[in-house]
Write a protein that binds this ligand. Structure first.
Ligand code: SF4
Ligand code: SF4
Length: 182
């Protein structure tokens, strides 16, 4: 048995052949429908993700369409990838102390852990559902307030873009659902 093992290792083509036979078997079985295909015709077909799926972030709005974020920095402090950059400024609204003049997330560094969502005391950031983000330059993976608050992909999706105190927009994916499910 030892000799056979050593011969198999020495003549690597035996192992390569085994791999080819296995690939061919899967190919034929898939082709004639004996086994269920695990691949899909993307992008025409898409997988349905669970409500717990954490995709690209959403910055929520107050009912008056102002940004809900108060620039408290808790999300940035808790982010393990240090990919949130916030510049706080004095709010023009006398009832609000601060707002983020700059709020950027580097999606290339983000690990989509959801800690920012968990850390936020005012439900101003949520993990969205979108996962498709292709760019040619690394620089373009840094997304700002406009993208996080009102990108076209948010229209008609199940993630509410409104602050949790707003009862007008209901979604099937609320922060409380996520906490319940986890
Ligand atoms: S999901 Fe995690 S890594 Fe990404 S920005 Fe939030 S805290 Fe940072
Ligand atoms: S998103 Fe939430 S935690 Fe982050 S700065 Fe804004 S209010 Fe604070």
């Amino acid at each position: 048995m030892k000799l056979l093992d050593s011969l198999t290792r020495r003549f690597y083509f035996v192992t390569a052949l085994k791999g080819l036979v296995m690939t061919g078997r899967h190919f034929i079985f898939n082709l004639v429908g004996i086994t269920k295909r695990h691949t899909i015709q993307y992008p025409e077909q898409r997988r349905k993700y669970s409500n717990r799926f954490m995709g690209i972030h959403v910055l929520t709005k107050k009912p008056n369409n102002e940004i809900a974020c108060t620039a408290c920095m808790l999300c940035a402090t808790n982010c393990p990838a240090e990919c949130i950059h916030i510049v706080a400024a004095e709010s023009p609204n006398p009832k609000v102390e601060k707002y983020p003049a700059v709020y950027e997330i580097d999606l290339m560094r983000c690990v989509f852990c959801g800690f920012c969502e968990e850390a936020c005391p005012v439900d101003a950031i949520r993990m969205g559902r979108d996962y498709e983000y292709a760019e040619l330059s690394e620089r373009n993976f840094v997304v700002g307030i406009e993208y996080l608050m009102s990108r076209p992909a948010l229209k008609g999706r199940n993630v509410s873009i409104y602050h949790e105190t707003d009862k007008v927009v209901k979604s099937d994916f609320q922060v409380s659902d996520f906490k319940k499910a986890s």
